[in-house]
Design a protein around this ligand. Structure first.
Ligand SMILES: Cc1cc2nc3c(=O)[nH]c(=O)nc-3n(C[C@H](O)[C@H](O)[C@H](O)COP(=O)(O)O)c2cc1C
Length: 350
């Protein structure tokens, strides 16, 4: 299957099939609660969600997560999502630009600056493993330049590549290559997982790299083992994908691990974040911003306005969570304690 066919089949599967973990709370957010403050000592109207990420001012700490590019359908999705991000003043991340390296005609599908000229923060994207398949500084610089990216995501997806029949699985000796190319890109670089999470072990390795930060891509949202299992024709591969559908680090654990191992870098939380309360919890755990992918893709399938409405909903929910924890500014959430939710009905009677 060509990369273009694969991209469209990923879009179709993510939109039409159940690719999120069933049960809904593999992320770990459901087990945490804020201390509700009935005396918040702040006016709701005074609650502000503005923040700065990688030197860019955003209306809210939200990134439209990295998803797609490379085909006509993917291009339409990118334009709708970028327009929604522009309208709402949040960041936007392109999906893997690998197709651009093979087929210059696919460039239009990534050219979101034309559709959204006021976009505040645009991320480029490529699989880090491509550094082991011939991609070097010249290609990376061209990817950044051609789309006008302000920052760049290298994705780390060993699980997905291992389930794909055409997967690129030569992951040996990537760290020195990353260390060599990152300073040459000319924009800040994040490393991101895509749904199995960045663990403490990985975050410690990343700490030695000249990266601006990470995106957690934790377990609990879109499962790429599941997507690849659905796509596989071969029964052995199908069952391999199913067996690893729950493999990984829950988003909540990944945020905490990344914040601890990378105290001075940017941490973007992602993986199954679905509402503004979870955004507030991610920020309280130490994230600087969050990224959402699948829910925004589903909204953009309808229209760019529907994607913008979904972003507006998230911002309103975040504002209310801030109000109810007495936070006038996003940065104040970091100091708000989270405790483990307890089922009082199950507590023993005294
Ligand atoms: C259709 C689709 C395509 C994706 N393609 C990419 C990609 O090309 N590069 C990347 O870094 N992440 C990609 N992702 C992963 C997301 O950026 C994100 O890490 C993951 O989906 C978890 O977030 P979610 O649970 O909010 O969907 C993709 C996600 C979706 C839904």
């Amino acid at each position: 299957m060509s990369i273009a066919e694969r991209k469209d089949s990923h879009l179709a599967l993510c939109l039409e099939e159940q690719v999120e973990l069933p049960g809904g709370d593999a992320t770990g957010f459901g087990a945490l609660r804020f201390d509700h403050d009935a005396l918040p000592e702040v006016d709701l109207a005074a609650v502000r969600t503005e923040t700065e990420l990688l030197g860019k001012k955003l209306a809210a700490p939200i990134v439209v997560g990295a998803m797609t590019g490379g085909t006509a359908r993917a291009g339409e999705m990118n334009r709708r999502l970028a327009r929604a991000a522009e309208r709402c003043g949040v960041a936007f991340a392109l999906g893997s630009q690998r197709r651009m390296l093979q087929d210059p005609a696919s460039r239009d599908s990534y050219a979101v600056r034309a559709a959204a000229p006021e976009l505040r923060l645009l991320f480029g994207n490529l699989g880090a493993v491509q550094l082991n398949y011939g991609v070097g500084v010249a290609e990376l610089r061209a990817l950044v330049r051609d789309v006008g990216a302000d920052a760049f995501n290298f994705h780390l997806n060993p699980l997905q590549e291992a389930i794909q029949p055409e997967g690129d699985t030569r992951f040996a000796a990537l760290l020195p290559k990353l260390a060599a190319v990152i300073p040459e890109l000319g924009v800040p670089v994040l490393l991101k997982e895509i749904g199995a999470g960045i663990s403490r072990t990985t975050a410690r390795k990343i700490a030695a790299l000249p990266v601006a930060g990470v995106e957690t891509g934790g377990l609990g949202g879109t499962s790429w083992a599941k997507v690849e299992s659905l796509r596989a024709a071969d029964p052995a591969r199908k069952s391999l994908g199913e067996a690893f559908a729950r493999w990984g680090i829950p988003t909540v654990e990944s945020i905490a691990a990344c914040r601890q191992a990378l105290p001075d870098r940017v941490v973007v939380a992602s993986g199954g974040i679905r509402n503004g309360i979870e955004i507030a919890k991610a920020l309280a755990l130490g994230a600087d911003a969050v990224a959402l992918a699948l829910p925004l893709l589903k909204a953009a399938e309808q229209s760019w306005e529907a994607a913008a409405e979904e972003l507006d909903r998230l911002v309103q929910e975040l504002r209310l969570a801030m109000f109810l924890t007495g936070c006038a500014r996003v940065s104040e959430l970091r100091a708000r304690p989270l405790s483990h939710a307890r089922d009082l009905t199950a507590a023993p009677r005294t």
